[in-house]
Structures are given as structure tokens and as C-alpha cells.
Design a protein around this ligand. Structure first.
Ligand code: NAD
Ligand code: UD1
Length: 331
């Protein structure tokens, strides 16, 4: 299939681009580079040995999309492009609501206009809010505590309403748990600008000596050791989940959790990282981060049953690959 990958130079988009090419698909990447670099395209080419067509465009812009859809025939769109910093979304709500929901609306409009039937959307486990674990796709969604989370819930709703009146439209909404790690080549990975918000890039930067020590946000949660529990998933498992979801699309809206189904606490993650890589991660316990929940992990039985997809890489490999990328990464 010929697939438009929006946000394809970003963290998850670049790994999924590799997985798509390796599965025999052709891709066109569209990204405005607001949170990534064009050099990632060269990395994707280096890993796969294939040419990749890249456009630097903002996917909220109708004129640019008109040109793109006139020039290429797509069988499907995988829509990763979005802003994802939770704290920034509180500071700049309009930027987040505009970018993340308008892109979904404009892209689905161009799909319908150009008879592109397949659409995959990057949602997040954040839409479950503080529900009871494990999170199941059928759960009623609880309000999220920030505009970022709302943009995901709203985009899901938009896609459901659009599919409702366009019975040929085939939509897969993928709710990611906590993607970590990197491609095993070490050529692509997660390289946030500034001080990382998410735990794995924070840990790898402590390991590298760029940051002094990890601050653990709270050890008084009702969890195995008091620290927050999350379902960490290797980014390549997540990437392969997109390929399988694409290849299984049928008319209507299909929602899948993409996680491992197992939770790990912050302390368990830190200790696994130390063991897997033979490095020490100094840390201190500080207060809880506002908006955090105690536990988040997926019920993955639907993806397993309907897509035949399960994760293959364990938490040791996530830690090894994350460190392998950071160790070799140059700004
Ligand atoms: P990322 O920031 O690395 O990648 C997103 C890409 O989208 C970037 O390359 C950015 O330049 C591009 N972009 C943003 N707005 C754009 C626009 N208007 N037009 C064109 N390009 C635009 O983030 P990621 O971690 O790869 O996340 C990909 C998607 O998955 C996002 O929608 C994110 O919200 C979602 N998601 C991520 C996580 C996570 O933990 N990383 C978890 C759940 C959901
Ligand atoms: C965060 C976002 C969430 C988003 C998800 C994936 C917030 C409040 N939530 O969730 O909306 O969908 O990323 O992008 O930002 N931790 C530390 N020290 C740190 C960083 C994190 O102790 O420096 C802890 C957290 O308290 C949490 C765990 O590590 O228990 C994972 O944190 P993080 O990687 O930020 O992911 P989420 O909290 O799941």
C-alpha cells in the first residue's frame, strides 16, 4: 500500500516508517519539523535501504494537503503529527486544540474527498483518565486533566462521527501506553529538546551525565513500591502494531490498546535500566507531579484476538535500546 505518514520524522512516526517499509509498503512522509529533524529521513533510508519521499508541510493547511493529495494516490493515512507536551498544552491551550484537532479534521476531509479509505490515528492511554486498571477499550472515558488529553479524546470523537456517516471509511484508533526504547540500530530514537518530561529520556540523560539525578515523582502511591506504575512498550513493537492494524482495517471504527498488558513501577524501571546497562542512576524522591495517576496498564486482549498482535520485546530490551541510542546520539 502507499501510505501517507504525517509526523513521520518524529519519534513513533520514524520507527513506524521503518516497519512499514520493511513490511513492503511505500510511504510518503509529511512533517513540519516543529519537533523533529529532516535528517531522520536519511536515517530511515540508511536502515531500510529504500528511498523515502518527504514533504515539509503543516498538515493543518488545506492548500498544502491539496497539493499533496493531487500529486500522490494514497491507500491510507497514518496520522502521528501532533503536539504532545502535557505541561505546554496547559500553557498554550489554543495551540494544542488547533494543531491536534484541526489536523485530524482536515486530513479526514482530504481522505474522503480523494477516496482514501484507511485512516489510523495516534491516540493515547491518557483518554482513560484515572480509570480502574487494566484499561479496556470499552470503558467509559474519564475527563483528562489537560488540553493535550482532551485533543486526543476530541479527535477520537471526530473520527467516530465522520465514520458514522461514511460507511466505507476504515478507521483504527490506537491508544498507546508508554512508548520507550529505540530502533536496535541506534540510528533513530527519542531525542526531546530541552529537559525531558517523560521518564525514559530523563533516565538516559542521567546515565549520560547530562542531568545530575532523576527526580522520582512520589513514593506514596498505592502501588507495589509506592512509585507510579506504567505499561512501557518498546517503540518497535508499537510500530509493528501500526502495520498490523493497517493490514486488518475494515469499514467502521476500531479501537485498540497498544501496550504490553503489564505495569512496571518507576523504581522497577530504574533498577532494570541499571542492570541491563551496567550503569548507576542516582535518584531522589520528590513530591507527586500534578495530574499523574497511580497506575496505568492495558488490557491487550482485543489487539491480540482481532489483530493477532502481541509485543515481542521485554523491558530489558527497552532499556538497552534506549541507552544504545542516547549513548551514540549527538545533538
Ligand atoms: P513527536 O513529537 O516525536 O512526533 C510528532 C511529529 O509531528 C513531529 O515530528 C512534529 O514535527 C510533527 N508535527 C506536529 N504538528 C504538526 C503539523 N501541524 N504538521 C506537520 N507535522 C506536525 O511525537 P511522538 O512521540 O512520535 O508522537 C506521535 C503521536 O503519538 C502524537 O500524536 C502523540 O500525541 C501521540 N502519542 C505519543 C505518545 C508518546 O508517549 N510518545 C503517547 C501517546 C500518544
Ligand atoms: C505522560 C503524560 C501523558 C502522556 C504520556 C505519554 C503527564 C502528566 N502525563 O504520562 O498525558 O500520554 O506521558 O507521552 O505528563 N516520572 C518520574 N520522574 C520524571 C518523569 C516521570 O518519576 O522525571 C514518573 C511519573 O510520575 C510516572 C512515570 O514516571 O509515574 C512515567 O512518566 P511519563 O514518562 O511522564 O509518562 P506518563 O506519566 O504515563
Amino acid at each position: 500500500m502507499n501510505i501517507l505518514v504525517t509526523g513521520g520524522t518524529g519519534y513513533i512516526g520514524s520507527h513506524t516508517s521503518v516497519a512499514l517499509i520493511e513490511a513492503g509498503h511505500e510511504i510518503v512522509v509529511a512533517d513540519n519539523l516543529c519537533n523533529s529533524k529532516a535528517s531522520t529521513i536519511d536515517r530511515i533510508k540508511e536502515i531500510t535501504g529504500k528511498e523515502v519521499t518527504f514533504y515539509q508541510v503543516d498538515v493543518t493547511g488545506e492548500e498544502a494537503l491539496d497539493r499533496l493529495f493531487s500529486k500522490h494516490h494514497f491507500d491510507g493515512v497514518i496520522h502521528f503529527a501532533g503536539l504532545k507536551a502535557v505541561g505546554e498544552s496547559v500553557e498554550k491551550p489554543l495551540l494544542y486544540y488547533y494543531n491536534n484537532t484541526v489536523s485530524t479534521m482536515v486530513l479526514s476531509k482530504f481522505c474522503l474527498k480523494n477516496k482514501v479509505k484507511k485512516f489510523i490515528f495516534s491516540s493515547s492511554a491518557t483518554v482513560y483518565g484515572d480509570n480502574k486498571v487494566p484499561f479496556v477499550e470499552t470503558m467509559e472515558l474519564l475527563p483528562t486533566t489537560n488540553p493535550y488529553g482532551e485533543t486526543k479524546a476530541i479527535s477520537e470523537r471526530i473520527l467516530k462521527d465522520v465514520a458514522n456517516v461514511n460507511p466505507d471509511f476504515e478507521v483504527s484508533i490506537l491508544r498507546y501506553f508508554n512508548p520507550v526504547g529505540a530502533h536496535e540500530s541506534g540510528l533513530i530514537g527519542e531525542a526531546p529538546t530541552g529537559i525531558p518530561n517523560n521518564i525514559m529520556p530523563y533516565i538516559t540523560q542521567v546515565a549520560k551525565g547530562k542531568l545530575e539525578k532523576l527526580k522520582i515523582f512520589g513514593n506514596d502511591y498505592p502501588t507495589v513500591d509506592g512509585t507510579g506504575v506504567r505499561d512501557y512498550i518498546h517503540v518497535m513493537d508499537l510500530a509493528e502494531g501500526h502495520v498490523v492494524a493497517l493490514e486488518h482495517l475494515t469499514p467502521g471504527v476500531h479501537i485498540y490498546n497498544l501496550g504490553t498488558g503489564h505495569g512496571a513501577s518507576v523504581l522497577q524501571l530504574v533498577h532494570t535500566f541499571e542492570e541491563a546497562n551496567g550503569v548507576k542512576i542516582p535518584y531522589e524522591i520528590v513530591g507527586r507531579r500534578p495530574g499523574d495517576i497511580a497506575e496505568s496498564y492495558a488490557d491487550v486482549s482485543k489487539a491480540e484476538r482481532e489483530l493477532g498482535w502481541t509485543t515481542k520485546r521485554d523491558i530489558y530490551q527497552m532499556c538497552r535500546d534506549a541507552w544504545n541510542f542516547e549513548r551514540n546520539f549527538k545533538e
